[in-house]
Ligand binder design. Sequence first.
Ligand code: PAF
Length: 280
Amino acid sequence: MQTIRSITKMQKASRQLAARSKTIALVPTMGNLHEGHLSLIRCARKTADVVIVTIFVNPKQFGPKEDYKKYPRDEKNDIAKIKKAGGDIVFIPKATQIYPDDFQTYVTVEKLSQTLEGKSRPEHFRGVTTVVAKLFNITRPDVAIFGAKDFQQSKVLKQMTKDLGYPIKFVIAPTVREKDGLAMSSRNRYFTVEQRHQACCLYYALRTAREMVKSGIKDVRTIKSEMRAVIKATSPKCKIDYIAFTEFDSLKPVSKASKSTICSLAVCVHNVRLIDNMRL
Ligand code: PAF
């Protein structure tokens, strides 16, 4: 496996691969890889000749009070894991290369970026779409793979891919969960053992919502109030940011849940902001 740190070298490598008619699958990450990321790499392995994984903790998608500085970084282990999961190239650019001092061009997906996460993290998606557009331009993939845990992110990026006319097949791979249901996330590392258990409150709430819908209860207000009770019973001091029931494609809010509804939520457990979602 090759490690590339310079944009010019990465551009050259992608051009050479295209000239040899090799297809490229891209898995963008912020590093600190867990089983969720590795499942994306394994999925990429099945879709193209060459798998490029990027590691870049993107400063532009963190708010001023968020955890950019303390975001866990573990490059050496990440490289070993990528190699084992079947990556061919790992691209690790520096922030100063991606965003030189005079950087001033951003990509914004207007409507889809404004709801849910966008309300709580106003600059977040602009940072995500800008960096992913840059990574697309540098690596020129045929396929790009993102995880369903960041459901809104995948919708926003899919829209960007379509709107900007990138000739890229967009794949959204399922969320990988721990045995107890907690969605895998790099931020789970922040928890002590006791706190880690409380982090399951999101999954328990989503499971409750799904069971209620299955049993015929469709009223979103009734389901939300039960979800809040489940969350507080598991993690009494947590702060619920939002619980939202939206249409799967448009992300428009619904008042009656159905099979095409997705429930998304964000909860701060011991000051760690977690998100999760489930199709009902
Ligand atoms: O999902 C992530 O880890 C990031 O948002 C992404 C897509 C790598 C962009 O920085």
